[in-house]
Ligand binder design. Structure first.
Ligand SMILES: [Zn+2]
Length: 384
């Protein structure tokens, strides 16, 4: 079980699953009205859906595609959009099958700066259009919301006018392509600077007419890089016209939750919560700061994080707790698989198509309680 391989070099796969089964609920805490909306045809209004209940947005595309062998950890640019568009489309379908209400275009890190880093600037426009086209097709087929995506540029520097001009250009052109594609709303995500998040919001406000969800990502310090608490940063984003504000990425449920409480108390608008599915701690509150005692206390990010993975039960608990706080825009970020999304959906009392196969140990060969399980097997239970 204890994989002692240097996971930085070669991720080891643990065969045993210690996943706790997510508790079922018969309630409809998350609002089940999206089902009705789907049967009537696509409901494309994010704010109307949030008024009715929770909205689940699966994120974490680049991590999942990296695990599947279709893009490289490090740069994390989704070159898979050109190489294997069918893989991206299938992942969108997998997340919807597991309960996502949103199909988010995979334009994360498909911006001018990241493509420059990998020497593919000329692919900027076609790669954005490819991502938007795939997501739109899935969204319209499944009745999910079609979201455009802006993200951290990694060049934002409030003291450098040239960098600010370039950040503005990155946001403006990506908003333009997404508007052309007809997105239902925008997600602007994973910002460590309030100022950069405000610039993304400004571009969405200026060049589109659709709602904006803006989420910040907190590193070790519960403070943006320009010195605001998450609550204060979210207040500013709300004042600047964001429809939904909150946090995504970097922090696991345990170290994101206290910040979410403060944000919920600080703003009037809807709040978003999309943690990474990792067991972050008060000492190592972000997934980039986690170190693995099995591997010489090396930094586990990004390809040695497997031993820190949250179970489905933990994501179920997160969903229930966050919704209980009045947080309605929910998801899971980098590291999430469809099983996490399903657990989140079930925490809201939903039964997405994938719930047909939610664990049922009553039919297990050793631990089962079904009367058809042979005694020779159940007698052996204590030794299993
Ligand atoms: Zn993430």
């Amino acid at each position: 079980m204890a994989a002692r391989a240097r996971t930085r070099i070669k991720p080891s796969r643990s065969a045993g699953s210690r996943a706790r089964s997510p508790r079922r609920s018969s309630g409809r805490a998350g609002g089940g009205s999206h089902r009705t909306a789907r049967s009537k045809g696509p409901e494309r209004d994010l704010l109307a859906r949030l008024k009715e209940g929770a909205v689940i947005c699966a994120e974490g595309y680049v991590f999942e595609l990296e695990r599947r062998g279709y893009l490289q950890a490090g740069a994390f640019v989704p070159e898979v959009l050109f190489d294997h568009p069918e893989v991206v489309e299938q992942l969108h379908m997998d997340f919807v099958h597991a309960g996502s209400d949103v199909t988010e275009a995979l334009t994360y890190y498909v911006h001018r700066e990241k493509l420059r880093v990998i020497g593919r600037e000329k692919d900027l426009m076609p790669m954005n259009r490819a991502a938007l086209g795939i997501a739109k097709r899935v969204a319209r087929r499944t009745g999910t919301l079609f979201a455009g995506d802006l993200c951290n540029t990694n060049i934002y520097d409030p003291a450098d006018q040239d960098s600010l001009r370039e950040v503005g250009r990155i946001f403006a052109e990506q908003v333009g392509w997404a508007v052309e594609a007809g997105v239902d709303y925008f997600i602007a995500e994973t910002f460590s600077w309030t100022g950069e998040a405000l610039m993304a919001l400004e571009a969405i406000r200026r060049y589109s007419k659709v709602p904006a969800v803006v989420t910040l990502a907190m590193h070790r310090e519960a403070m943006t890089r320009d010195g605001h608490t998450p609550a204060e940063a979210c207040r500013r984003l709300e004042a600047a016209g964001a429809d939904v504000v909150g946090l995504n990425c970097h922090r696991g449920p345990r170290t994101m939750m206290p910040l979410l409480r403060e944000i919920r108390a600080a703003v009037q608008c809807h709040v978003a919560a999309l943690p990474v599915p990792y067991r972050t701690t008060p000492e190592q509150p972000s997934f980039m700061s986690l170190t693995d005692p099995c591997c010489g206390n090396e930094r586990a990010f990004p390809v040695g994080l497997d031993p820190f993975m949250c179970t489905r039960g933990e994501i179920f608990d997160f969903g229930r707790e966050a919704f209980g706080l009045g947080i309605r825009y929910l998801g899971v970020c980098c590291g999430a698989g469809p099983h996490h999304v399903r657990a989140l959906a079930e925490s809201l009392g939903r039964r997405p198509p994938a719930s047909r196969f939610t664990v049922d140990m009553s039919r297990h060969a050793v631990f089962g309680t079904d009367k058809r399980i042979r005694k020779i097997m159940t007698d052996y239970r204590a030794k299993a």
